[in-house]
Design a protein around this ligand. Structure first.
Ligand code: SF4
Length: 276
């Protein structure tokens, strides 16, 4: 069951879907923000009435109708793909705010930062005169209350701390879970390898080639397909093209060979794309 916030004509709403991940779930439509609890309860009741079943099992047996009829009086839009015509603005970098101040978006490399780095980021923001910090989509923190002038030294400090401040930073194209030794299930140090992979593949990454490095076959960090999915196993890193951790691998490489192997694949893909 998925509730995703989005704006409809400038008003906050929740896009509701069931029975799958972001790409595979069945879409029901949007409800008003204040109806989020009610729609959730009604969808859970649909499941509870059928015993111990998953939403996707209900979908397979009865289609979307069972869920739709339970919530249709709450829906404020017709069923449709939520992303059509709804491109997100780039959250990184400088943004002018209505009150005349500025906000600056910094990205967390591989969706992660340690407490010391966050503390130092907070200190740099405070030194630049910021009034607050907000979480934003895309694993980004938005620092608010800056002036245009003091945003530059803040951005330099953030970059020096390892945060992402440029949209072309290759680390934005790599998703990695915690991996070993943080996660007991991991077969490879996914997060530790990720910067090496990003650096090696950087010349060939342009945003159209997403790389997912997963410490094991659970795929926690990116449960949807990627251009290249890497899964840690006892035998090395298996590589899956245009799929998720559940799909069939086309190659296995030793962990220490992974950065070069990924760079070669990304180079080949870019070459293909340039000749289509
Ligand atoms: S994908 Fe595997 S290794 Fe990575 S965080 Fe999930 S369980 Fe741990």
């Amino acid at each position: 069951m998925r509730l995703r916030a989005q704006a409809i004509n400038g008003v906050a709403a929740l896009y509701v879907s069931v029975g799958g991940d972001r790409q595979r779930a069945a879409h029901l439509g949007c409800v008003a923000g204040q109806d989020g609890v009610e729609v959730t309860i009604r969808l859970l009741e649909v499941l509870a009435q059928r015993g111990r079943v998953r939403a996707r099992e209900v979908l397979a047996a009865e289609g979307i109708a069972a869920f739709h009829s339970a919530v249709e009086d709450l829906l404020v839009t017709a069923v449709g793909r939520r992303d059509s015509g709804n491109r997100r603005k780039e959250p990184l970098g400088l943004h002018g705010l209505r009150d005349g101040t500025f906000a600056y978006g910094v990205g967390l490399a591989f969706g992660h930062a340690d407490a010391t780095s966050l503390q130092r980021l907070s200190e740099a923001a405070e030194a630049a005169g910021a009034s607050g910090m907000r979480a934003a989509p895309g694993r980004v923190l938005i620092i608010i209350g800056l002036t245009q002038q003091n945003s530059s030294p803040f951005a330099a400090a953030a970059e020096a701390l390892g945060f992402i401040v440029r949209s072309e930073d290759p680390r934005r194209h790599v998703v990695a879970c915690a991996g070993a030794p943080i996660c007991a299930s991991a077969k490879i140090a996914a997060r530790a390898i990720a910067p090496l992979v990003a650096a090696a593949a950087a010349p060939h990454l342009d945003g159209s080639f997403k790389i997912h490095i997963s410490g094991c076959a659970k795929g926690c960090a990116h449960p949807v397909p990627a251009a290249l999915t890497v899964v840690g196993t006892a035998a090395g890193c298996v590589l899956i093209a245009d799929g998720s951790v559940q799909d069939t691998a086309f190659k296995t490489v030793a962990t220490n060979e992974l950065p070069d192997a990924v760079a070669e694949i990304a180079r080949g893909r870019k070459h293909e794309d340039n000749h289509v």
